[in-house]
Design a protein around this ligand. Sequence first.
Ligand SMILES: C[S@@+](CC[C@H](N)C(=O)[O-])C[C@H]1O[C@@H](n2cnc3c(N)ncnc32)[C@H](O)[C@@H]1O
Length: 238
Amino acid sequence: MAPHISLVLAPKDEVSGRLSTQIKTRQRVRDLAEVYTHDREVNAMLDLIPNMFPAAAAGADIKFLEPACGSGNFLVGILRRKLAHITWKRIGAIGRYEHRMLRALASVYGVDICTDNVAEARERMLDVVREHYYGDANSIEPTEGFIAAARTILGTNILCADMLGAASTTEVIDYRVGRDGTFTRVWSMLDDSASNHEADLFDPEPEPKADEVPVHYSDLARRPRPTRLLKLDEARRA
Ligand SMILES: C[S@@+](CC[C@H](N)C(=O)[O-])C[C@H]1O[C@@H](n2cnc3c(N)ncnc32)[C@H](O)[C@@H]1O
């Protein structure tokens, strides 16, 4: 993973009076320690790290990982704070506006062991993106490529995995920001610390998977695999 990842830890204890909206079933509490964090606590915790949400464009790229994200309470709180700085009034060009929002989305990662939590977290994040777009840019309609790109990013950033047992075999994408609405994707494992051993001449590490050609955001959904530069003879044949 790229550096500068902030790890958000969920508090272990909840205020008992608020538990009713914070659990799905007693069985899930027993099996998964699944007690969701209330909005108030999410916001109070995020208020402690205001410098992680700077207004400058590069602020959109500061990365967060929620390793037991549940239905996404922290993820949506983080995303809302990032999007608050991205306004049509300041940007005023649809390509740059959508790219900036996708940068914010692509910098937020979540993992949960339950598929229903992951599906819910992805939908809630997409709702936050839509709400921001319609609330901020009024009559401007999102492009088709934008919504498809947002779904694609959510599919690769909000992952169903066992963070304790499978982080070293769970693939994740780092969306590196390029010019003119592009990203260069780099694939790695959620936890690649096990592969950081000394280089072995006889068993070299494979090259990390990455795009050779940056991908415009409107093409992200259509191009899920790493892009390759065409060699001259391939280009002639194409
Ligand atoms: C206490 S809840 C917290 C949910 C969320 N962070 C919040 O604050 O609302 C713990 C979550 O961890 C998930 N979980 C439990 N074991 C896990 C594991 N090994 N890997 C990933 N997620 C796990 C559960 O499904 C549950 O959603």
